[in-house]
Design a protein around this ligand. Structure first.
Ligand SMILES: Nc1ncnc2c1ncn2[C@@H]1O[C@H](COP(=O)(O)OP(=O)(O)OP(=O)(O)O)[C@@H](O)[C@H]1O
Ligand SMILES: [Mg+2]
Length: 474
C-alpha cells in the first residue's frame, strides 16, 4: 500500500460538486483519486482495491460514513482515513478517530488542508515502517556481536545460544563473577521472539530478604507496614518478556518455595491480594555457585534446581581461554577510546604479554576495567604501554615469566613441550651464573641433585651453555 509513486485515495462524498473539487485538488497534489457517491458503492470499491487513503463524509444518503470507515479499517488496518463532517458532527468525528481514522475535517474546509493531512499521515506511516525495519536490522546486528570470543568454548557457546535463544526454554547460566552472565541473558532475550517485550532483571543477592518477595511478586497497598501504595512485581513487569533472576543461590528456602510455585503455575499473587494472575514469561537464572553442591548441602531445593537447570550454560573463566585476551583487550581499548572521543590505539607487545600472563580472577569485567584505566592513563600516548596498566596487573611478575602456550588444532606433545621449557630454564640459569651449577640450582629453587639429574636427563652439555655465556657478556 505504501509503494512510492502516486498514492491511491478513495473520496466518498454525496455532494457531486464537492466530490469533484476534492478529487481534482488531490490529483493536483499528486494523488490518484477515485470517487464514490454513497456508502454502498464505497464498500464495493474497498473490497476490490487496497487504497492508501480514504476520505469519507460521515453523512451519506444510504448510511453512515462510519460503516465505510469500518470496512476500510478491517480490510486494510494501515489505511489512512480522514472523515469529513458538518459543523454539528464533532462527536461523530471523535468516535471515528477512536475507531482508527487519522484525522477529521469540519465542513467547510480548505482543500489544501486535506492534502496536507493526508500527506502527513502517509509520511508518518512510512516512518513507522522504516523504524520497524531499523529495529529488525538492529536486532539482527545485535545477535552475538557484543560477545567477544574465538576460543572453542566460546564457539560452542554461540552454537548453543543460536539453538536456545529462539525457544522458551528455561536457561541456567553458570559462571564466575564477571564472565558475562548478564550479557548472555540479555543476548538470549534480544534474540528471542520476546525481544520487543521487557527484559526484567532481579538480583536476589542485592535485595534484603524481607523485601525480595514483595519485589518479585508485588504487593497490595497496606499489605505490610510501609506498603503505602500497591506495587507491581517483577514477574508481572516481565509479562510477555524475559525474567532474569541473578544470583539465584542467595534466595532463602521459603522464597525458593514461592519461586518454584510461581514457575510451576506460571501464576503470581501479589502479597496481600487473594486473586492471582497468569504470567507469560521466559525465565533465565544465573549463579556463580555450584547448585548441585548446595542441593546436597540442603540449602537449595532440589525440585527448584531441576526446574531451573533445563538448559545449563557454563561460561568459561577468562584464564581458561587466554587466546581471547588480546581480542578482548583491544575491544575494550577501542570502546574506551571511543567513549573518550579519541581514535583507537594499539596495545604494545609487552602489555599483551602481561595481560596474557595475568590470572584475571575478576574475569571479563576486570579486564574491561583494566583497559579503561589504561586508556585514561595514556590519553596522549600513541599506544597502551605497561605503565598505563593498573598496579594489580603489572605486579603479577611471577606468572608473567611463564610463556604463553597456545594449543594448535592438531594438538601437541605434552612431554616434549614441558621438556623444552625445562631445558630453557636450565640453560638460562647456567647462562646467568656463568655455568655455576650450585648457583643455577638455587636460582631455580631446586636442590643441587635434582638440578644435576635434570641436566643429565635433558643431556644439556655445558658446552651448549658456554657460547651463550660469551654472547651475553658474563
Ligand atoms: N564475551 C564478552 N565479550 C565482551 N564483553 C563481555 C563479554 N562477557 C562479558 N562482557 C562484559 O563484561 C562485563 C561483565 O559482564 P556481566 O555483568 O555480564 O558478568 P556477570 O557474569 O553477570 O558478573 P557478576 O557475576 O559479577 O554479576 C560487562 O560489561 C559485559 O558487557
Ligand atoms: Mg551479573
Amino acid at each position: 500500500m505504501t509503494q512510492p509513486g502516486r498514492r491511491a485515495v478513495l473520496v466518498v462524498e454525496d455532494d457531486a460538486e464537492l466530490r469533484q473539487t476534492v478529487c481534482e485538488s488531490l490529483q493536483a497534489s499528486g494523488f490518484a483519486a477515485a470517487e464514490s457517491p454513497d456508502a454502498k458503492d464505497a464498500i464495493e470499491r474497498l473490497k476490490g482495491f487496497a487504497y492508501d487513503a480514504l476520505v469519507t463524509d460521515l453523512n451519506l444518503p444510504d448510511g453512515s460514513g462510519m460503516d465505510v470507515l469500518e470496512e476500510a479499517l478491517s480490510r486494510y488496518p494501515q489505511i489512512r482515513a480522514v472523515v469529513v463532517t458538518g459543523f454539528g458532527g464533532v462527536a461523530d468525528a471523535v468516535s471515528a478517530i477512536k475507531r482508527g481514522a487519522v484525522d477529521f475535517l469540519i465542513k467547510p474546509f480548505q482543500l489544501t488542508q486535506l492534502a496536507r493531512v493526508l500527506e502527513a499521515s502517509i509520511d508518518q506511516l512510512r516512518l513507522r515502517e522504516e523504524n520497524a525495519e531499523l529495529r529488525a536490522q538492529l536486532r539482527e546486528r545485535f545477535r552475538f556481536d557484543s560477545i567477544i570470543g574465538r576460543h572453542s568454548t566460546m564457539r560452542q557457546l554461540f552454537a548453543t545460544l543460536e539453538q536456545v535463544a529462539p525457544t522458551n526454554s528455561t536457561v541456567l547460566l553458570i559462571g564466575e563473577t564477571g564472565t558475562g552472565k548478564e550479557l548472555i541473558a540479555r543476548t538470549i532475550h534480544h534474540n528471542s521472539p520476546r525481544a520487543d517485550k521487557k527484559f526484567v532483571a532481579f538480583n536476589a543477592a542485592a535485595i534484603p530478604e524481607t523485601l525480595a518477595e514483595a519485589e518479585l511478586f508485588g504487593h497490595a497497598k497496606g499489605a505490610f507496614t510501609g506498603a503505602v501504595s500497591a506495587r507491581v512485581g517483577r514477574f508481572e513487569l516481565a509479562d510477555g518478556g524475559t525474567l532474569f533472576i541473578d544470583e539465584v543461590a542467595s534466595m532463602s528456602l521459603p522464597l525458593q518455595a514461592k519461586l518454584l510455585r510461581a514457575l510451576q503455575e506460571r501464576e503470581v499473587q501479589r502479597l496481600g491480594e487473594s486473586k492471582s494472575m497468569k504470567v507469560d514469561i521466559r525465565v533465565i537464572t544465573a549463579t556463580n555457585s555450584d547448585l548441585r553442591h548446595l542441593v546436597r548441602e540442603g540449602s537449595f531445593r532440589e525440585d527448584l534446581f531441576y526446574r531451573l537447570n533445563v538448559i545449563p550454560i557454563r561460561l568459561p573463566p577468562l584464564r581458561s581461554r587466554r587466546e581471547d585476551i588480546p581480542l578482548l583487550a583491544q575491544h575494550f581499548v577501542n570502546k574506551s577510546c571511543a567513549e573518550n572521543g579519541i581514535p583507537p590505539k594499539p596495545i604494545t607487545q609487552e602489555v599483551l604479554q602481561m595481560l596474557m600472563a595475568h590470572p584475571w580472577p575478576g574475569n571479563i569485567r576486570q579486564i574491561e576495567n583494566a583497559m579503561e584505566h589504561a586508556v585514561a592513563m595514556s590519553m596522549a600516548a600513541p599506544a597502551i604501554g605497561p605503565e598505563a596498566l593498573p598496579e594489580e596487573v603489572r605486579s603479577q611478575t611471577n606468572s608473567a615469566l611463564v610463556p604463553v602456550v597456545s594449543i594448535p588444532d592438531e594438538g601437541l606433545d605434552f612431554t616434549a613441550v614441558v621438556s623444552q621449557l625445562e631445558r630453557e630454564l636450565l640453560t638460562r640459569s647456567l647462562e646467568k651464573t656463568g655455568g655455576n651449577k650450585r648457583q643455577a640450582a638455587r636460582l631455580l629453587s631446586l636442590s643441587r641433585t635434582t638440578f644435576l639429574d635434570k641436566l643429565q636427563r635433558l643431556s644439556i652439555e655445558e658446552a651448549a651453555v658456554a657460547p651463550l655465556q660469551v654472547e651475553s657478556g658474563n
